[in-house]
Design a protein around this ligand. Structure first.
Ligand SMILES: [Fe+2]
Length: 326
């Protein structure tokens, strides 16, 4: 039960679904309930979430609980430690796992929309993007796709959160480029799944802090083809499959797996590739520190024409500078 009242403004908290609190687990963040403008502590940091208390939340129709914004990292670490296992737990009904996946993905997408686009979004743009994201995530709720994505979340959570960020940049750019909504949705799905083949690459290689050996590099470079194979049973449209298969193709033909050149690489895939490189540069990786958006864009500028599409790049710069977004 709540035992402490805090009167802080809403900006201090972010909302999560109580379905993302898993019985018998614990996180190093407090969980709050909101009563009008007051936030009441419901669970202390490191206090286990009991089945009984979670059931009470459900019985009372609570569909949002709150975490201090300052504890976002701790919440992320909790999800990283628990989400994959919960999604792969066959003793839980598939429908319940689908809801958990839906809530987790939408939460991650919301966070990316709010914090990764410095210019912010108008309410209308936000609504539109969320609708696209919801369509994409709903598609992934099919059992065949959910199992693949759950395997990725369990195998390498950072790769899934990278996919979510790439979805955000890609859909915003494609919206600006005026592509049909169906193409945007399908390419967005491709973005969410683009690195799914990494479930077949060992964590040791994915997290290696130094340069990969030749054989390790080959294993990593197999991920687009492996990913397309893993999605064979998923009824994806062509733009989604193109994204999975061709996101490492470069304009000068030096990419993989097919060595496509220039306009042979479809425009939506060129946008996905720009988003992919940008998010990799601004994220902390095993072998590199996170760069600032400005540094990342400077690095990418040197790869224009040879690797990345300059027109698409221009749209990313405009998106990030907070110019009109959609
Ligand atoms: Fe990739």
């Amino acid at each position: 039960m709540p035992d402490q009242a805090l009167e802080l403004t809403a900006g201090y908290y972010f909302a999560i679904s109580p379905r993302l609190l898993f019985p018998h687990s614990r996180g190093s963040f407090g969980v709050y309930l909101r009563l009008k403008e007051r936030y009441l502590l419901w669970a202390h940091p490191d206090e286990p979430f009991s089945d009984e208390n979670l059931q009470k939340l459900k019985a009372n129709g609570v569909d949002e609980v709150y975490v201090l914004a300052a504890h976002r990292e701790q919440f992320e670490a909790y999800l990283e430690g628990n989400l994959g296992q919960v999604l792969l737990d066959d003793s839980r009904p598939m429908a319940a796992r689908a809801k958990v996946f839906y809530d987790a993905s939408l939460g991650m997408l919301r966070e990316a929309f709010q914090n990764r686009l410095p210019g912010g979004l108008s309410a209308q743009q936000h609504q539109k993007l969320l609708q696209l994201a919801t369509t994409g995530v709903q598609f992934l709720l099919r059992e065949s796709s959910l199992k693949s994505v759950a395997a990725l979340i369990s195998h390498h959570y950072q790769t899934y959160s990278h996919c979510v960020n790439v979805f955000v940049y890609t859909t915003v750019m494609l919206g600006r480029l005026g592509l049909p909504e169906e193409t945007v949705v399908q390419t967005g799905l491709g973005a969410l799944l683009h690195d799914i083949g990494k479930t077949r690459v060992s964590r040791k290689i994915l997290d290696k802090p130094v340069k990969l050996s030749e054989s390790e590099r080959q294993k990593v470079q197999a991920h687009p083809v492996l990913g397309a194979g893993l999605c064979a049973g998923v009824p994806l449209g062509q733009p989604a499959l193109n994204g999975i298969l061709f996101h490492h193709e470069w304009l000068d033909g030096s990419g993989y797996p097919a060595g496509l050149e220039g306009a042979e690489i479809p425009l939506p895939v060129r946008a996905l590739a720009v988003a992919d490189v940008y998010d990799a540069l601004v994220s902390k990786r095993a072998y590199a520190e996170a760069r600032t958006p400005f540094d990342a864009l400077s690095v990418m500028r040197q790869e224009l024409e040879s690797h990345l599409d300059p027109e698409v790049y221009k749209h990313l710069v405009l998106v990030l500078s907070g110019a009109e977004l959609l």
